[in-house]
Write a protein that binds this ligand. Structure first.
Ligand code: UD1
Ligand code: UDP
Length: 361
């Protein structure tokens, strides 16, 4: 069996690392990796392939930047050419980026079955580009692999047939378990002069937060007023918007370039609180037992809010600084919210044949 994996953005490299490792251990499954080029700077792409030992992509399509239509359209065109040459049995896509949508659409139009990892997540906010990508991908995919019960419920509520669904758990949880012993302190950390357990780790990159200068300023003001050191590995999109809008950074934010996953895991394990608008980082805060303040007014990972690990504060500067000041870690949950750490195996098994959707395709 040949699986063709389409990836292109930072969180997809991390998710793919666990599954590609699993596929490589199975003799009769081969994987062809296609990198769309959506993320292209070394610290947004190459570093993950090197550190996480992801096989080098067989194809690099070089399609990054541009508007949604330009990026997605060019990716579909380029992926289609590869699919026609490779003729895979399955196309595997992850998450909710433009690369996910492009991979799914290119495949389904060629009648190649699509498997979607991280299916069923919903923010119910159609202004988010990711929400459109998820909904469309789920509705064209043949095998929908949901990380949580909530995601399963969302898929059922949209009338997606039971035989296409599989609850597999979260591959990011697998990754956090596998890589936590390999975590690495960033070389610049000691130069900051802050305690290894006394800082807030923040990330901000979501389009709705970065593209609106008022929201971006409010987030920075809230982080700056928190009264604790904040380390902010800055996504290139955010850096670009700061410069376009001429927004100055508050002095006591420690802004650094994006870090590799091993350094990110070290920061998540060391910090005492996370403030983020990232989907993945919200969950990783929980994996590492850290309370999370989410810089959005809704989340796809609702179970973290329901259990008290995550607080949604939107982009209100006062709420952000107060939430950071008052956040407390909670005792670990007795029931695992994101599976047992073997989700990658379940994904591969589902594709390889144990799931009814695989037989039907
Ligand atoms: C994308 C995903 C988002 C995901 C995020 C993960 C979509 C619609 N969005 O958002 O769901 O959470 O990735 O990080 O697919 N840039 C660089 N270098 C890079 C990558 C990006 O400079 O290596 C800059 C470019 O100016 C680019 C901008 O960031 O135009 C935005 O990149 P893009 O991939 O369109 O969206 P993200 O904000 O990264
Ligand atoms: N991440 C990283 N370096 C950073 C910031 C994030 O390795 O500087 C990792 C993070 O640990 C998580 C993933 O990237 O595994 C999340 O990606 P991102 O926040 O870009 O996207 P989202 O999850 O919101 O789609």
């Amino acid at each position: 069996m040949k699986i063709l994996t389409v990836i292109g953005a930072r969180p997809q490299f991390i998710k793919a690392a666990t599954i590609s490792r699993c596929i490589s251990n199975i003799e009769d499954i081969s994987e062809v990796i296609v990198h769309t080029g959506q993320h292209y700077h070394a610290n947004m792409s190459d570093i993950f392939f090197e550190e996480l030992a992801i096989p080098k992509p067989h194809y690099h399509l070089g399609v990054g930047g541009g508007s949604h239509g330009v990026m997605t359209g060019r990716q579909i065109e380029a992926i289609e050419r590869v699919l026609m040459d490779e003729k895979p049995d399955w196309v595997l896509v992850y998450g909710d980026t433009n690369s996910t949508l492009a991979g799914a659409l290119a495949a389904v139009k060629l009648n190649i079955p699509v498997a979607h990892v991280e299916a069923g997540l919903r923010s119910f906010n159609r202004r988010m580009p990711e929400e459109i990508n998820r909904v469309v991908t789920d509705h064209v995919a043949n095998l929908l692999m949901a990380p949580t019960e909530t995601a399963m419920r969302n898929l059922r509520a949209e009338g997606l047939p039971e035989e296409r669904l599989a609850l597999v758990g979260d591959v990011m949880f697998d990754a956090s378990l596998f890589y936590r012993d390999r975590a690495r302190q960033p070389s610049w950390f000691s130069g900051l002069g802050i305690a290894t357990d006394g800082f807030v780790l923040a990330t901000v990159h979501r389009a709705e937060n970065t593209d609106d200068p008022a929201r971006l300023c409010a987030i920075l003001e809230g982080l700056g007023a928190a009264g604790r050191p904040v380390i902010l590995p800055l996504h290139p999109r955010t850096r670009q918007r700061l410069s376009e809008h001429g927004i100055a950074l508050p002095n006591h934010l420690h802004v650094v370039d994006p870090v590799g996953y091993l350094e990110m895991v070290w920061l998540e394990a060391a910090c005492d609180l996370v403030a983020t608008d990232s989907g993945g980082v919200q969950k990783e805060a929980y994996f590492f037992g850290k309370p999370c303040v989410t810089l959005r007014d809704e989340t796809e990972w609702v179970e973290l809010v329901e259990t008290g690990w995550n607080r949604l504060v939107d982009t209100d500067a006062k709420m952000i600084s107060e939430a950071i000041g008052s956040a407390q870690a909670l005792p670990a949950q007795s029931v695992s919210l994101y599976g047992d750490g073997n989700s990658a195996e379940r994904v591969v098994e589902a594709i390889a044949g144990s799931h009814p959707a695989a037989k039907e395709a």
